[in-house]
Design a protein around this ligand. Structure first.
Ligand code: ADP
Ligand code: MG
Length: 257
């Protein structure tokens, strides 16, 4: 069966369990959100799912292949990964940065016509076509975030794993990114994102995994996972979940007791 599955993931650092036995699976055709407080292990889990970090124990299967058995290039062709704090070391223009997303496909000759078309599609999908010649280091935080999403999209991967891709986007571009992820899922791809905005998570995701202290606290449809009890336990907050026009809306009342 196709899907992205983690079983029994454990990872400890300095005697502390960062992931304490995580079993999760994600389906193609769905947007999945991983939420949880700071330090919950979301970024660590995503890096393990992407095969970029090796757990002490447990396995990750990507469409039924053990991720450790895929070469980095084979993995990168199938999966786009967007780290939480991506390094942009040099002053390249946006188009060049997005073109780096084609790296798993290009040979010694550099980008070909098909690569350039994919780059153009990724720029258009993120509303960055008009900024393609801008130098990346001169972009605003939100523009840079969109350029980085475009880079991850340029490889047109079956799976997109993005760590807080919406952070720093204005509400309009957050909705655009949500639409983009929904469209990728509708195309049969699998999308896994971490984010902090609970209402946005409810709106974009088919499934929500709530992580706290390296463990899965809840895993299900937004209405199942985002309950006042789960939110109290995960974040130490009192919250109400109300029905909104675009899906469940989480109203944060305050710190719990
Ligand atoms: P989240 O993304 O949910 O905020 P992380 O996965 O980044 O959480 O981190 C989970 C925990 O692991 C945090 O307590 C963090 O400080 C710790 N951690 C992550 N990476 C390292 C590392 N390389 N060295 C030491 N501690 C780390
Ligand atoms: Mg993180």
């Amino acid at each position: 069966m196709s899907g992205l599955k983690a079983a029994g993931l454990r990872l400890g650092l300095n005697g502390r369990a960062i992931l304490g036995g995580v079993d999760v699976s994600f389906a193609r055709g769905e947007v999945s959100a991983v939420i949880g407080p700071n330090g919950a292990g979301k970024s660590t889990l995503l890096a393990c799912l992407a095969g970029l970090r090796r757990p002490d124990d447990g396995t990750v299967d990507l469409d039924d292949a053990d991720i450790r058995r895929l070469s980095p290039r084979a993995r990168a062709r199938r999966m786009g990964f967007l780290p939480q704090t991506p390094e942009i070391a040099w002053s390249v223009d946006v188009e060049t940065l997005v073109g780096l997303g084609r790296t798993p496909f290009v040979g010694a000759l550099g980008l070909g016509a098909a690569d350039r078309e994919a780059v153009a599609r990724a720029l258009a999908a993120t509303d960055m076509t008009g900024m393609s010649q801008r130098v990346v280091t001169t972009l605003s935080g939100g523009e840079r975030a969109r350029a980085l999403i475009a880079r991850a999209l340029a490889g047109e991967p079956d799976w997109l794993l993005a760590d807080e891709p919406m952070t720093g986007l204005d509400p309009g571009h957050q909705l655009d990114a949500a639409d983009l992820f929904r469209k990728m899922a509708a195309d049969g791809r699998g999308v896994v994102v971490t984010l902090h905005d609970l209402s946005l998570a409810a709106r974009v995701a088919d499934k929500i995994v709530v992580l706290a202290g390296g463990r899965v606290l809840a895993d299900g449809r937004p209405a199942e996972a985002l309950t006042p009890q789960v939110l109290a336990e995960a974040y130490g907050i009192e919250a109400r979940v109300v029905a909104g026009a675009g899906g469940p809306v989480v109203e944060i009342v305050g710190r719990r007791g």
